[in-house]
Design a binder for this molecule. Sequence first.
Ligand code: PNS
Length: 174
Amino acid sequence: MTAPERKIAIYPGSFDPLTNGHLDVIRRAQEIFDHVIVGVLHNPSKKKPLFSPEERISIIGECFQDPLVEVDSARIEVETFDGLLVEYARMKKAVAIIRGMRALSDFDNEFQMALMNRKLNRDVQSVFLMTGLRWIFTSSSIIKEVARFGGDISDMVPETVERRVKEKFARTVT
Ligand code: PNS
């Protein structure tokens, strides 16, 4: 008898920066899948991100090593990807694409992307995981907005992210 295949899921996104909402989705995904690949989109055409893809990879990797973050670091990896998500999923032998769903406002865009991804590759399923209620209003963009003006983001991001965001804004003239 052959060993059962590991069920691999891709969790794609910009992660600029990683938030507690993202971590909540990752923990839920780890309950369902054997292995989760966090795919950080490397998109040179996207408007100027706060962190480079390399910085985001290093921040996420650092967070995963933090025991307080409570992810199973042996069953997770993080890397950048570019091009079509479904091609990346195919290359990684992923059976699912994970997306977090917060409020109804996420739905339109997510539905459109999922339908397009299914049209492009019928072998990979889109799986939507609801974030915990306390993260419904958390997004990378709102965190950047608050931090840019010196607001407190400590309960919305892991400690590593809070530190790196503060360092970044201390160096960036806005
Ligand atoms: O965190 P984000 O920015 O909402 O993530 C968006 C992401 C990375 C999932 C999406 O932009 C994406 O999949 N980009 C890769 C290019 C692609 O495959 N586009 C077609 C999907 S409709």
